[in-house]
Design a protein. Structure first.
Lengths: 575, 680
């Protein structure tokens, strides 16, 4: 058996390899979704099963769970064909096999040691444009994946060390932004090459046997640790359900329901009561569903490591016909919205049995907004970005104002970079008053972004959620403000019929679009929030005086708390 | 008559003073307790211990943590912001980040509260066009309101100010006309660089620090003057250069990493003198281990750093990578049965178990003590009389040895192995990741604890050697004495290479360098010579991260030279060039360095000194590589030049303890450094 000290040291060394791969891609990537938003991930995967051995810490959290499925897809494909060879690199974006959506291109490379396969390295990155009906690929009206972009099954980018330019030619021909694609692809190759070099250095030093022993031991320990965490929760079943506004096609809400069963040191996550597969792009594949649960659990139980062992004590019940387990060609482009809701139901369920580590729901939508058009000289431009909102409150504090989504560590591009690159100007970039869910601890504030077009004309696309059912509070906390979107036309201001989803609306020079993003949910009873904290929120303009009175039971007049009136309101509420 | 140049580094616990008598060619040092609240008291006291007549002091160079502490403790001045309508929350919204990836429990308190952020109508577009001119009257009204609300400092920040600063300039003039105040900052005066949050944050933190740092420097100067001091005071910047007190009052944000930067500068100077070009500095404190890379005699600089979550300072800084592995880092066995060291730390108060101040969880220092590496009867720092070795043993037994089923010695060694592995990882990160071969680097420990671990780092990372300076405890103070004067400037260009008139751009950069040089010369300091350096931040069209591209100006600038410089820099960074994609020039950077007269490191050479046998003061049982050894103990400072000692051995001196691992040999070089290498 490997000694505990070598094991601890090797753990750090393996993690460093994955981290360095992340860093290399972030620095050399072309599109801001990878370079700034870190929508990418790298790791080491089991030679036989493809299970996650080690994953980088700086990539997109959702990939931590999903990459194993991607590697497994390549292993199966290679077995069908002529096997795995040294010098091969596979590339694909099939979301039904590999999880997430078509924008995420995966490169998977076997690493051989002394002629024998040691493990797989994989790199995934969100490319700027992969074809389809909508620039940037967030098509809220898609009913088949063909409308979302090209779908590439696992094919070889390198065949025994030989680069296949023909594959790149096919990819480039199917993108609106082939240069960006080429740059990101090169960045991912750089990352894999670096990872392979580092891995060989480690194996030179420690030898294959010890490294394999260490990886096996780390998996066992992750499972042990997860079981220990689960064992602390009371046995029994808790349930939570939450809703997606609609699928972008029909304005009907879709249910995500979780029955969470604790049985000793095992956990069952049963999603049977969720809605069936829908026509629009908020379906996800089973692998994506499992990965999202992993993200939620890791937010709550922060110490569990990023490897396959963590899910060993967790069983999943996901119906084949459910929107959480679809196959091709059901559209999955908006997977981010569905997994954010999955995380919300896990938070809500766990809050019922473990209020200590629990958090209220965060803003719960990626708000992928794109503006696209042509410049006077005919060049195409596509401005595409995700926007932020409030984090949920928790048992020890208010939620963070204007944070990034729980599935991501993305930063938002500077507005000055966007204005320098695209013919737009922002007219507002501000916190949104009264958007944080009231509670003993208040949810973080969402934001208001307003953008004016400086060119003749542009098409506007939005893929968002939480327009009808706002982010929920926990432990008695209230909900945050819902998502809202407005666009100007000659006849005034409008909101889309699908609330936060819209394609191909044209706006003209001088017209504006405005996104008002949700705040996080509150934690605990708002009427128990100390009056001076509510007063401070009012002074800062986080909370209006009206909301202070109605939602917190705190009367404020002349910049001070009216103690007598406050006492009366709160007393009446208590009775 | 004496002529002193004095370096003073004020840290959290101690104020280190380094006195160089230029006339006599002598150095003396002392350590006095830092005086919290008013650092200048301990500062002057410390100098007073070594210098009889303050009138003999020519220059005092100061590494300060006043700015850093004010940021970390949010104790700067109440500051207002006047900004473009629609953008008052840029500071609070940050770049939509969060402090930790996992667990959504982050919090952020901006240094300027929301009511103190006021908006005025104005707008500049990204191409520099003024869409709406600012009204001076509107600015005056907001400034007055902020002043009446109790603000002491003000930052004016307008969107796209980097592209055209005209509106900001008008606004600042308007503010000054109604509120004459030295603490009014225009964001573009501090940083005319694209990226609104980074520029605003840097400028706001500058305004926030101005009153605090200025009043401190005033107190310091008048305190020195009262003692009869008639020389010059210089302040160390985060970029490792010094600046005048006047500059420090205008741009205090540049002192955010003043102290640590001074340490790296000293390390560089010591290594260069000793003929070592490539070093990794290792500063081990109670909670953290800081490493910094000096390759080819030049410290690595980072373009920005966050002092705390959301407190971003964008100005060139000595790049210091910090990991949570210090003497106070706590060792635990987690729920999966895996040993962990840090990031949780007992710090220096209550500190390790052996301090007996209340912490009962074993730390790295406890492991060093249990294994005989530290002398329990002679603790470093002078705060305690002795260390409680039994308590340290008991804690390691309970928390590590028993859960892992190993002996206390093996457990203690495991704690050190893991701490060393973390430090090794940090060194690999700063060296290998940048394409350097660790075999060409030497570790230079400074601070009190680092010298216990350097041997292990040589082995783990494959470093060439370790170089332990003669006085590792006062390295930062020495750095103050040897630092050059340095000023950096940046300007955003944001244009494609083919569209650039290289001749005109070169002339603009030369002009910027002339102005910067005038600032350097205005300090009144004497220099051996003045150096200039020019650099671009460039990228392929479509990328967002830039590559630093140094250029030679020579006969002026050409596009061909810029392209060739970019190709070379990009190839070094990423290996492959991307044919056919145009390049963009984001910023230019100009650096002017006034080289101060060199300090002769030979002053550290041991005078006389004795042989190893004579310097040996006894032996102690030391555990290393799974067994006890009877290791010799030596008085480090009495060793003569050229003396060599094979490990395992312990070398003691008042400010540090050096452990020479088995298989390594330590030798005293002619500058008094200890060079530790693999035994031949």
């Amino acid at each position: 058996m490997i000694d505990p000290v070598t094991l601890a040291i090797l753990k750090g060394r393996f993690e460093q390899i994955a981290d360095e791969m992340d860093a290399t891609l972030f620095r050399s990537a072309f599109n801001p979704i990878i370079a700034e938003a870190h929508d990418a991930s790298h790791g080491l995967y089991d030679a036989q099963t493809g299970e996650t051995l080690v994953q980088g810490k700086s990539g997109l959290p959702i990939f931590v769970g999903v990459m194993a499925f991607a590697v497994k897809a390549v292993i199966e494909k290679a077995a069908e064909r002529d096997g795995v060879a040294e010098g091969d690199v596979w590339i694909f974006n099939d979301p039904y096999d590999g999880g997430t959506h078509l924008s995420d291109f995966r490169l998977v490379k076997p690493v051989f040691r002394d002629g024998r396969l040691f493990c797989w390295l994989a790199s995934v990155g969100h490319w700027h444009d992969v074809g389809g009906n909508v620039p940037g690929n967030y098509n809220p009206a898609a009913t088949e994946s063909f409308q979302e972009g090209m779908l590439i099954p696992p094919v070889k980018l390198y065949d025994r060390g030989t680069f296949r330019q023909d594959v790149v030619d096919i990819l480039s021909a199917n993108s609106r932004l082939p240069l960006s694609l080429y740059g990101d692809l090169n960045g991912q190759i750089n990352a894999l090459e670096l990872g392979e070099r580092r891995l060989h250095e480690l194996l030179d030093e420690y030898g294959r046997d010890r490294a394999e022993e260490a990886l096996a031991a780390l998996k066992d320990r992750a499972a042990t640790m997860m079981r220990a965490q689960i064992a602390q929760l009371p046995d029994g079943t808790v349930s939570a359900e939450d809703w997606l506004d609609n699928d972008g096609i029909t304005d009907e809400p879709l249910r995500i329901a979780l029955d969470l069963r604790i049985e000793g040191d095992r956990m069952v996550m049963d999603f049977s009561r969720s809605s069936p597969a829908c026509a629009g792009p908020v379906n996800i594949s089973r692998s994506t569903c499992v990965a999202a649960c992993y993200v939620a659990l890791k937010h709550i139980f922060g110490e569990v490591p990023a490897n396959a062992g963590v899910l060993e004590p967790v069983d999943f019940v996901i119906d084949e016909g459910s929107l959480l387990s679809v196959t091709a060609p059901k559209p999955v482009g908006g997977y981010t919205e569905t997994i954010l809701r999955l995380i919300d139901v896990v938070f809500q369920a766990v809050a019922q049995i473990a209020p200590g580590p629990a958090m209220a729901c965060a803003y719960g939508t990626i708000n992928a907004l794109s503006l696209a058009g042509h410049r006077a000289d005919g060049r195409r431009w596509v401005m595409f970005s995700f926007f932020g909102g409030g984090h949920g409150a928790h048992g020890a504090g208010d939620g963070l104002n204007h944070g990034n989504a729980p599935i991501s560590t993305a930063t938002i591009p500077p507005l000055e970079i966007l204005e320098a690159a695209y013919p737009v100007r922002f007219t507002q970039w501000a916190l949104r008053e009264d958007s944080g869910g009231p509670g003993r601890w208040r949810g973080g504030l969402g934001a208001v972004y307003e953008i004016e077009l400086l060119e003749e004309r542009a098409d506007v696309f939005l893929f968002g959620e939480r327009g009808k059912v706002p982010p929920r509070g926990v432990v008695g906390g209230d909900e945050g403000a819902p998502n809202r979107f407005f666009y100007q036309q000659a006849d005034g201001e409008h909101s889309p019929p699908m609330v936060s989803k819209m394609i191909g609306i044209h706006i003209a020079r001088g017209q504006r679009v405005r996104l008002e993003t949700p705040g996080g949910g509150g934690y605990g009873d708002a009427f128990a929030r100390p009056a001076d904290e509510v007063l401070a929120d009012v002074a800062r303009g986080y909370v209006s005086e009206a909301a202070a009175r109605d939602l917190y039971g705190v009367a404020i007049s002349g910049g001070a708390v009216d103690d007598a009136a406050t006492k009366t309101i709160r007393k009446e509420a208590a009775e | 008559m004496s002529a002193y140049v004095i370096g003073v580094d004020v840290g959290g616990t101690f104020t280190d003073v380094f006195v160089w008598d230029e006339a006599e060619g002598r150095v003396t040092t002392t350590k006095v307790p830092s005086t919290r609240g008013d650092q200048s008291k301990g500062f002057i006291e410390g100098i007073g211990q070594l210098v009889a007549t303050f009138g003999d002091i020519r220059t005092v160079v100061h590494g300060t943590t006043v700015g850093t502490n004010a940021l970390l403790e949010r104790k700067g001045a109440r500051t207002g912001i006047v900004t473009t309508t629609g953008f008052r929350d840029v500071l609070e919204m940050r770049r939509r980040d969060r402090p930790t990836t996992w667990g959504l429990r982050g919090a952020y308190t901006p240094v300027v509260d929301r009511p103190d952020r006021r908006e005025v109508a104005e707008r500049v577009l990204a191409d520099g066009t003024v869409m709406e001119k600012v009204s001076p009257d509107a600015v005056k009204a907001e400034a007055q309101a902020l002043r009446e609300a109790g603000c002491e400092a003000l930052c004016v920040f307008f969107v796209n100010g980097y592209a055209n600063a005209e509106n900001e300039r008008i606004a600042v003039e308007a503010v000054r006309s109604v509120w004459p105040n030295a603490y009014v900052t225009a964001a573009t005066e501090i940083l005319p660089e694209i990226r609104e949050f980074e520029r605003l944050s840097t400028a706001t933190l500058n305004a926030y620090l101005q009153p605090v740092v200025s009043s401190y420097l005033d107190r310091l100067e008048s305190g020195l003057d009262a003692q009869g001091f008639a020389g010059q005071v210089l302040i160390v910047q985060s970029n490792g250069g010094v600046m005048s007190v006047g500059s420090a009052k205008r741009t205090p944000v540049r002192t955010a990493l003043s102290g640590p930067a001074a340490g790296v500068i000293a390390a560089q100077a010591i290594a260069t003198a000793a003929g070592v070009e490539n070093i990794v500095t290792c500063d081990m404190g109670g909670t953290s281990f800081d490493v910094s890379l000096v390759a080819g005699g030049t410290p690595a600089l980072a373009p920005q750093t966050a002092i705390d979550f959301g407190l971003v300072v964008r100005s060139p800084m000595i790049e210091i990578t910090t990991i949570g592995a210090g003497g106070g880092s706590i060792a635990t066995v987690d729920a999966s049965g895996l040993l962990r060291v840090g990031p949780e730390s007992a710090g220096s108060d209550p500190g390790p178990v052996c301090y007996g101040l209340g912490n009962d969880r074993p730390t790295v220092t406890d492991a060093n003590l249990v294994l005989g590496r530290i002398n329990p009867d002679r603790p470093i720092g002078g705060k305690l009389d002795r260390l409680d070795i039994d308590a340290a043993r008991a804690a390691i037994a309970r928390d590590v040895a028993e859960p892992l089923g190993i002996s206390v010695e093996a457990a203690a060694e495991a704690i050190l192995a893991l701490a060393n592995a973390k430090m090794a990882g940090a060194i690999r990160l700063v060296s290998i990741e940048k394409g350097h071969d660790p075999a060409k680097f030497s570790a230079m420990p400074f601070g009190g604890g680092g010298s216990l671990h350097t041997g292990a780092l040589i082995k783990d990372v494959g470093l060439r050697s370790a170089l332990v300076p003669r006085f590792p405890g006062v390295t930062s103070a020495l750095g103050c004495v040897v630092a050059d004067m340095r000023h950096d400037r940046v300007q955003t260009v944001n244009r494609l290479l083919p569209e650039i008139d290289a001749g005109a751009l070169g002339a603009e950069m030369a002009q910027a360098a002339d102005e910067t040089e005038a600032l350097v010369l205005a300090s009144g300091t004497t220099f051996d010579r003045i150096d200039r350096a020019y650099e671009f931040d460039m990228l392929y069209l479509g990328q967002t991260h830039t590559v630093a591209v140094p250029v030679e100006m020579g006969e002026g600038l050409t596009r061909e030279a810029m392209q060739a410089a970019f190709d070379a820099a990009y190839r070094t960074a990423f290996g492959r060039l991307l044919e056919g994609i145009p390049m963009r020039v984001m910023n230019y950077r100009v650096t002017v360095i006034g080289r101060r007269p060199a300090f002769d490191m030979a002053l550290f050479a041991p005078e006389g000194g004795v042989g190893a046998a004579e310097a040996r003061t006894g032996t102690r049982r030391v555990w290393a590589e799974g067994a006890w050894h009877e290791a010799g103990i030596y008085d480090r400072l009495s060793l003569a030049t050229g003396e060599a000692i094979a490990g395992p051995a312990i070398l003691e001196q008042p400010d540090t303890t050096i452990f020479v691992d088995p298989g390594l040999t330590a030798r005293v070089d002619r500058f008094g450094n200890l060079v530790i290498e693999r035994t031949a």
